[in-house]
Design a protein around this ligand. Structure first.
Ligand code: KG4
Ligand code: ZN
Length: 340
């Protein structure tokens, strides 16, 4: 079964053809990073306009690169949230137009759930449940108990900034380019991660919840002085920046690692699946590997950790098989779409 996936929830316009939920025939991503860089983050109106320009050529390219024609498609899957509402609508309406004109079923997919499925895709058909799901992206930080594809218990989430957002904001404080995650990871390689005693926050009431806003403010005050604002000039010497990047990264990533360890000690987990842009971080992969866990850890394969449409097509296939039918053409777009 050939499923076309369409993704436009944030600043990537993406389309992909996936066969039977796991065989990726094409995975085309048009990143808007260069457009948003001068604003230090995603500029929603520009993201929407760029999606409008890119969506049809990217869909065409994904179908052509898969060496099929659009009539061969069996299902049209689309991320209908969560995300920037104007951006989500563009992919959703393109998907509806295709589904209607080709007379094929339309399937709406949750973008966060698709980030988790990206790692599961690499382990099909050997998925075992319950497993632990870890979504670490620019918009979300979540620990989930995965009972089945489509069945999740939320263990913890962030009460303020997402981890990727914290990387992006700390990068801005340090004068590094957007997106901040890769820039911090690079600079951190040169620094001493113990130079600054930054610590992850402890969140009352739920040991699996996260908070990154205090850590971000601590970095801000260290770089620009007590009670400073993000646009104030830096007071530290340039050579300190690498130590700050490394110390921040150590604090943020060790928070993820420690909570993953405590989750697998508390719940009966058969495997760990990680997803989202921050799962690209090689230091995080090393840190978890050094823990010598006795359950397998699955990371998204290359091209599947950042926003992409292969994860949308893959999960769309699973949802279609399970439901045996598509969603109505009245399918809505959602800015917020909780998984559980
Ligand atoms: O999953 P994603 O493409 O978008 C969302 O759904 O939010 O994730 C983007 C986020 C950005 O915040 C970016 O800074 C972060 O992932 N990121 C990283 C790395 N690569 C991307 N964070 C840390 N280390 C990286 N290597
Ligand atoms: Zn994402």
């Amino acid at each position: 079964m050939f499923v076309l996936g369409i993704e436009s929830t944030c600043d990537e316009t993406a389309a992909s053809v996936v066969k039977d939920g796991h065989e990726i025939l094409s995975n085309v991503v048009a990143s808007q990073v260069a457009i948003h860089r001068e604003f230090g983050g995603v500029f929603p109106e520009l993201a929407c306009r760029t999606h409008v320009d890119m969506i049809i050529p990217i869909i065409d390219k994904a179908i052509r690169s898969a060496s099929i024609i659009k009539q061969d498609l069996d299902v049209i899957a689309v991320a209908n949230g969560p995300g920037l509402i104007g951006a989500v609508l563009i992919g959703l309406n393109a998907a509806k137009g295709l589904a209607l004109s080709l007379n094929k079923p339309l399937i709406g997919v949750n973008h966060i759930e698709a980030h988790l499925y990206a790692a599961m895709m690499t382990n099909l058909p050997n998925l075992e449940f319950p497993s632990l799901g870890v979504v670490i992206s620019g918009g979300h930080t979540m620990l989930l108990e995965i009972l089945d594809i489509g069945k999740y218990n939320l263990l913890g989430t962030t009460i303020d900034d997402a981890i990727g957002e914290a990387f992006d904001k700390v990068a801005t404080i340090l004068g590094l380019p957007y997106p901040g995650g890769p820039a911090i990871e690079e600079l951190a390689k040169l620094g001493d991660e113990n130079r600054y005693p930054f610590k992850p926050a402890v969140v009352k009431n739920n040991p699996f919840n996260f908070s990154f806003s205090g850590l971000k403010t601590k970095v801000l005050y260290t770089v620009k002085g007590q009670s400073s604002q993000i646009r104030d000039p830096a007071l530290i010497k340039d050579e300190e920046k690498k130590h700050i990047a490394a110390s921040f990264q150590r604090a943020a990533l060790s928070d993820i690692v420690e909570k993953v360890l405590s989750a697998i000690n508390t719940f009966n987990c058969k495997a760990i699946y990680l997803g989202g842009g921050v799962s690209n971080n090689q230091k995080l992969r090393e840190m978890l590997q050094h823990k010598n866990l006795n359950i397998p850890v699955f990371w998204p394969s290359k091209g599947l950790s950042l926003d992409n449409a292969a994860m949308i097509a893959g999960l769309g296939y699973q949802k279609f098989i399970k439901n045996g039918a598509g969603d109505p053409l009245s399918l809505n777009a959602y800015a917020r779409a909780p998984l559980v």
